[in-house]
Design a protein around this ligand. Structure first.
Ligand code: NAP
Length: 329
């Protein structure tokens, strides 16, 4: 199957690329001009990806958000996979990438009679309070109306999002929690398992658009659980410092006058909203009738556990993954 992969340079995009190659698919990787595509495992120090596999990949450099003829160098694809995501989460960038770039991919898919469009989305869109979530939902709605069969994969927290405190715990500092650290939970998923899940869906386009929430192997872990696990793995005593999630509202209030005149400050305000959201919401399926997150209803997939991942970090077998430009911890 020939797969057009957008976002192939991202954390999940790279894992999807490796999985597509491992499954003998032909890949057309769409990357921004000048961006280097890496087949090396981003976080594993051993070289599990042989070089010759790169023969299966055609790299097409194009600026999907601005080049009018970005599709001209593309061969026809059977399936389109989008792992595009705004790197900053700022409202204008979210609109440009989460919505407009994906719209362009969809327009191409309709013209080229693509058999299946697979979209990487996020479970947090079920509580759309943030600009990037609204842009994602807008595109999901468009996809649902399109003639192209589509699978929308709403993933829970990635392992990468849960490594921000490795260095401070290794240095003997307490693990930072919001409130008690027991009010939220997630079923973390590795990049490899998520990629396997996504690629496993390619060959079976649904009759109409399906939305698949997905987490890693259970049980659901609270921040307390994650902290305990990390401290145990790094052989440190489990000590915590609790922070109030309202601190993000206080900072927002403080900088709000500057946001009236500065785009940078308005973006900073959105980043603080994002931080508060992740400090207070679970990355699990929401049960609207019961008004609570439902651990049992959140599907699980894969074998990679956070415990094994932390152990790999502790032993040095796994390198700390690069984190987003606005990562908090
Ligand atoms: N973090 C979590 O725990 C989590 C959990 C569930 C779901 N998600 C969702 O998963 C998705 C992907 O996450 P990720 O960590 O793999 O993202 P990522 O590492 O930030 O990668 C983003 C990809 O989009 C591309 N991109 C960004 N801006 C672009 C632009 N203006 N034009 C063209 N391409 C652009 C990037 O290309 P460049 O390399 O050229 O920048 C990169 O390939 C997001 O939708 C996120 O909401 C995240």
């Amino acid at each position: 199957m020939r797969v057009l992969l957008a976002g192939a340079t991202g954390y999940i995009g790279q894992a999807v690329l490796r999985e597509l190659i491992a499954q003998d698919h032909e890949v057309v990787a769409l990357v921004r001009p000048g961006r280097r595509l890496s087949l090396a495992l981003s976080d594993r120090k051993s070289n599990e990806t042989p070089d010759e596999l790169s023969d299966a990949v055609t790299v097409v450099e194009a600026e999907i958000t601005s080049d009018e003829d970005w599709t001209s160098p593309l061969p026809n694809a059977d399936v389109v996979v989008s792992c595009l995501a705004s790197r900053s989460g700022a409202p204008a960038d979210a609109r440009l990438v989460e919505y407009e770039a994906n719209c362009r991919l969809l327009a191409y898919s309709e013209r080229a009679a693509v058999q299946h469009f697979v979209l990487l989305s996020a479970i947090c869109v079920q509580m759309p309070r943030l600009a990037f979530q609204r842009e994602k939902l807008k595109f999901e709605a468009l996809l649902a109306e399109s003639s192209v069969p589509a699978t929308i994969i709403r993933a829970t927290a990635f392992f990468r999002s849960l490594v921000g405190q490795v260095e401070r715990v290794r240095a003997g500092k307490p693990f930072l929690l919001f409130s008690s650290g027991n009010t939220t939970a997630c079923k973390p998923i590795s990049d490899r398992d998520l990629a396997r899940f996504m690629v496993s869906k390619l060959a079976s386009p649904p009759v109409s658009t399906v939305v698949l929430p997905i987490g890693g192997p259970g049980p659901a872990l609270t921040p307390q659980d994650q902290g305990r696990l990390l401290c145990e793995t790094l052989d440190q005593p489990f000590r915590t410092t609790s922070l109030p999630p309202e601190m993000f509202d206080w900072i927002r209030w403080l900088i709000s006058p500057l946001a009236l005149v500065s785009q940078r400050m308005r973006d900073r305000m959105e980043f603080l909203r994002i931080a508060k959201f992740y400090a207070t919401e679970s990355m699990l399926c929401w049960d609207a009738d019961a008004g609570r997150y439902d651990t049992e209803a959140t599907p699980e997939f894969g074998d990679d556990t956070l415990q094994t991942f932390y152990a790999g970090l502790a032993s040095g077998e796994i390198a700390l993954p690069e984190r987003g430009e606005h990562s908090l911890f």
